[in-house]
Design a protein around this ligand. Structure first.
Ligand code: MN
Ligand code: MN
Ligand code: MN
Length: 272
């Protein structure tokens, strides 16, 4: 059974409309998916939830901060009407728009005076994020490509990098549990932490109410999968899988084309 519980639509920084994401998942043979846009559940209000040819689990990828790093938590199977969840998402949107304004101010200091308007247009109604500024700089001809926009301006340590004041792990987990959902630590390998540090993170995440880990995130080596499965077992956490799909042709993984969970993991979807 193909399951993919981490993907993005145009409601955040993905390229496809929510229904096109679902149609692609169906074409790839997925049985269950969750669209997990960054700090928004707008995809679910755009979709006709009653008539989908696939099991659609509600989801959202929340940004949090922990020890000065940005950590992502995927909430799955959420009650999308829960007031705590909606308040939490409003908090995150506020943090995000403040950041976009500060990025634009930095870019303006480097001569890109229309960066905010340009990024806003590219966001097409979604909240403005770094990828939109990157695309704007590419279209302007200021950089050769998307990667270069990050390398020169937008990546951590570069002139237009601005840290966002996200909610804490504890806050995000409380929103997810108030909405009856499951909190999953997203892409643990992406943080490039030592195993000791990662264990400290998982300990705090679990204490805050987190109960799952993405044992499979995109394309990864079998050895990495074994390490993440061992981590999940050690902390008695359930295992989730996700491609982190943003757009067709992305190098790290294709929607639905991810390795299966090792047999000794308890899948997060055993809950529903
Ligand atoms: Mn993204
Ligand atoms: Mn992420
Ligand atoms: Mn993601």
């Amino acid at each position: 059974m193909i399951v993919d519980f981490h993907m993005h639509s145009q409601c955040s920084d993905g390229q496809l409309m929510p229904q096109d994401v679902i149609d692609l998942a169906v074409a790839r043979g997925c049985a269950q998916i969750a669209i997990t846009d960054h700090d928004t559940v707008a995809a679910y209000t755009e979709l006709d939830l009653q008539s989908q040819p696939i099991r659609l689990i509600s989801g959202c990828e929340f940004s949090t901060q922990w020890q000065g790093r940005e950590i992502h938590i995927v909430g799955l199977n959420l009650d999308l009407q829960a007031p705590e969840l909606l308040d939490g998402l409003a908090w995150q949107q506020q943090a995000r728009s403040q950041r976009a304004e500060r990025i634009a101010a930095q870019l303006s200091r480097h001569g890109f005076v229309d960066a905010y308007a340009g990024a806003l247009k590219l966001a097409q109604g979604a909240s403005v994020g770094r990828p939109h500024f990157a695309r704007y700089l590419v279209e302007l001809g200021a950089v050769a490509n998307f990667q270069q926009a990050f390398k020169r301006y937008l990546a951590a340590g570069k002139p237009a990098y601005v840290r966002t004041e996200w909610a804490s792990i504890e806050q995000v987990c409380s929103w997810i549990s108030a909405a009856g959902g499951v909190a999953v630590l997203a892409h643990p390998l992406k943080y490039k932490m030592t195993l000791t540090k990662l264990r400290a993170l998982v300990t705090e995440f679990k204490n805050a109410g987190g109960s799952g880990i993405e044992v499979i995130s995109g394309a990864q080596q079998p050895e990495q999968t074994r390490r993440m499965a061992a981590l999940a077992r050690q902390f008695d956490m359930q295992a989730s899988v996700g491609s982190d799909f943003h757009q067709p042709g992305q190098p790290w993984a294709a929607l639905g084309q991810i390795a299966p969970l090792p047999d000794d993991c308890e899948p997060v979807w055993s809950r529903w």
